[in-house]
Design a protein around this ligand. Structure first.
Ligand code: SF4
Length: 649
């Protein structure tokens, strides 16, 4: 089949995020248009949520509940849960308020905040219990009220948005408990894909009778196809939590339009499907491509025009017939990637940028930025300039291939995006934006007198001086995040982070002094991490809050991936990997045995409890051991370590 000038539709499958479009389709659409290709895009994740949580959608959910034999759905519990019972009882109130709440969260009806704040307008299901308790269970017994604290600072609109978010969360619980146990707002059926060595669980779910969510997604998919009439559909899956829906989308398209070509790519594919060999995947998708999509797509378009052989495709899996039957072939004609300077400007054209929902569920100030507000997502450079951290996927292209761009080009892109979207907020989505490039960008923004606000990830390296932080703030930087990881100089060295705790203190303080919010990524459970390391790490973190170096943080449990230096050379880190089963589908996380035998689960609870309180300025004076439920050793860190590190600056 020869296709000379196809229309290419890129879609975002459910679920990614609700406040702003995931950027992959914007990048691909911008790139394809810059090459003269007729390219369009759709966000099916947003559409699915808007349809399910409309008043009509709620009626469909009620109908489903009322018509379901109690034991027919393996996904549903045998008796109605508290959420489901409350929903049925209060249905008329839900149906009367749903569309209004959505419009409020879209920023289209701000005066509704007063009605919402009256607490007489919205039905208040189990998610609202947290307000009755006032103090979360993670809080200390000192009478501190984190919601009161936050609302005092946040005001009428934020209070109403928090209530509206609880309302939506109640509805999501109803959907999960009565219709589809796999549903969540930011991930959907994640366990079917994440590190799943075989396609079996996904195949089984895709063969099951479609439920209300599946049918809604199918209708939206086919409507999008009717609107655009594409010849090629690109489905981009950034996370495991959108893989199931991606396959349901493909299933719907293949059933209605068997000759339409489907292509799968995105972050999940790039990290997890590198060993793909299951031919069943190609019942849904014709091609699966790895790493940046631009070059493989150009090669595929040439192939479809008849200008390039199948063997000259780039980083592309496909199904072939062999003497032994069908097999998966990987075509990887060696060709350089499109330089980052030539990938074009992302475009949001076609996405309903006014329809996204600004929710407010987390009171953590940095998490607010992730879920609140519509941010243009942009990358300063391709890959990471440091690419050494031993827990990171440095062997993969998205980290390991660094490729920068001139500040002028970057700011041209910023200007074009502001003109197109009318929005001046930017989330720089680099894994670690390089200081030199940020400095050049800031100077260019100031020189052109362009007003934006921006935030993003960096590495807390010493080239972020006080002067540079002030320059970044003047250019619109409002927040930055970076990895302090395990706050321990021994472990920072082992993980090749290239920073020390004292240096992180000085850099974060410089950002804070410039009025920039600082969020620290923290980690626990790294190979060889002892109880003493963990106690000391929490003490460092306490002091960083005390000295106002950081205002926000989050502890992640270390996960070993097959693409990281730890996963590739476990013996260098004193651990042994648990052998993986044969892989024909996804592969990423790998279990390991750490001979230290530390109970990281117990320690993780203490770390998060301590951190949560520090973020609210609570418990700063207490001995760090008080956060641990089991006997913990005294910290070996002096109580003024960070203060001294700052004074030594
Ligand atoms: S963890 Fe961050 S700084 Fe380290 S290699 Fe990965 S992207 Fe770069």
């Amino acid at each position: 089949m020869t296709i000379t000038s196809p229309r290419v539709l890129s879609v975002i499958p459910p679920m990614t995020q609700l406040n702003t479009p995931y950027p992959a389709t914007a990048y691909l659409t911008g790139f394809l248009r810059s090459r003269g290709v007729d390219a369009v895009q759709e966000d099916l994740a947003l559409q699915l949520v808007l349809r399910l949580f409309s008043s009509d959608g709620l009626r469909a959910i009620l109908k489903h509940i009322e018509s379901s034999p109690k034991s027919s759905s393996p996904a549903a519990p045998p008796a109605p849960s508290e959420s489901v019972a409350f929903f049925c009882e209060q249905f008329s109130q839900y149906a009367a308020t749903a569309d209004r709440v959505i419009r409020f969260l879209q920023g289209r009806d701000s005066t509704l905040a007063h009605r919402i704040n009256s607490r007489m307008f919205l039905p208040e299901g189990p998610r609202f219990h947290v307000l009755d308790n006032h103090i979360s269970e993670d809080d200390d017994d000192d009478g501190t009220d984190p919601l009161g604290w936050a609302f005092g600072a946040l005001g009428i609109q934020d209070r109403a948005r928090h209530f509206a978010t609880l309302y939506l969360s109640d509805l999501a619980d109803v959907l999960r408990e009565a219709v589809d146990a796999r549903f969540e707002f930011v991930r959907y059926a994640e366990s079917l894909a994440a590190s799943q060595p075989t396609f079996d669980p996904l195949a089984k779910s895709l063969a099951a009778a479609p439920n209300l969510v599946d049918n809604t997604l199918r209708d939206l998919t086919l409507a999008a196809i009717d609107r655009h009439q594409p010849q090629i559909v690109l489905v981009t899956v950034p996370f495991p939590g959108c893989v199931y829906a991606a396959f349901r989308i493909a299933q719907a398209i293949k059933a209605a339009h068997p000759s339409m070509l489907l292509l799968l790519g995105g972050g999940f594919v790039n990290t997890e499907l590198r060993e793909l060999s299951d031919v069943r995947v190609f019942d849904y998708f014709d091609y699966v491509t790895l790493d940046d999509g631009e070059r493989p797509l150009l090669a595929l378009l040439e192939h479809l025009r008849g200008d390039r052989s199948r063997e000259q495709l780039v980083r592309t899996f496909l199904r072939t017939d062999t003497d032994a039957g069908q097999a998966v072939a990987y075509m990887n004609h060696a060709e350089p990637d499109i330089p980052f300077a030539e990938v074009g400007t992302p475009t949001w054209d076609g996405l309903p940028i006014d329809d996204y929902l600004s929710t407010l569920d987390m009171l953590n100030p940095m998490h607010r930025l992730w879920s609140d507000g519509r941010w243009n997502k942009l990358t300063v450079a391709h890959g990471c300039y440091w690419k050494k951290c031993s827990f990171c996927d440095v062997s993969l292209d998205y980290i390991g291939r660094y490729d920068g761009v001139a500040a002028k080009t970057l700011v041209d892109r910023i200007e074009a995006i502001v003109t197109e979207t009318g929005q001046t907020g930017f989330h720089l989505v680099d894994e670690a934006a390089p200081p030199k490039a940020l400095k050049a960008m800031a100077e260019e923004l100031l020189q052109r007198n362009i007003t934006i606000s921006w935030w993003g990830n960096i590495r807390f390296e010493k080239s972020f001086t006080a002067e540079l932080c002030e320059l970044l703030a003047a250019s619109g930087c409002i927040a930055i995040s970076g990895g302090l990881e395990v706050a321990s100089d021994r472990l920072l060295k082992l993980m090749k982070k290239g920073v020390s705790v004292a240096q992180v203190a000085r850099v974060t303080k410089a950002f804070s002094n410039a009025g920039i919010l600082v969020h620290a990524y923290l980690m626990y459970g790294f190979p060889t991490q002892t109880v003493q390391d963990t106690v000391d790490a929490l003490e460092y973190v306490r002091q960083l809050f005390e000295e106002d170096c950081i205002q926000s943080g989050f502890f992640h449990r270390f996960a070993c991936t097959v693409h990281s230096p730890v996963g590739k050379n476990p013996q260098e880190y004193g651990i042994e990997l648990v052998p993986l089963p044969p892989v024909s589908f996804a592969q990423n996380d790998v279990d390991f045995i750490d001979p230290t035998g530390v109970d990281h689960d117990m320690l993780g609870t203490a770390l998060n409890k301590g951190l949560y309180n520090f973020m609210h300025g609570v418990g700063m004076e207490e001995d760090i051991r008080s956060w641990f439920t089991k006997k913990a050793p005294r910290s070996t860190v002096s109580r003024d370590f960070i203060l001294k590190a700052l004074e030594a600056n």
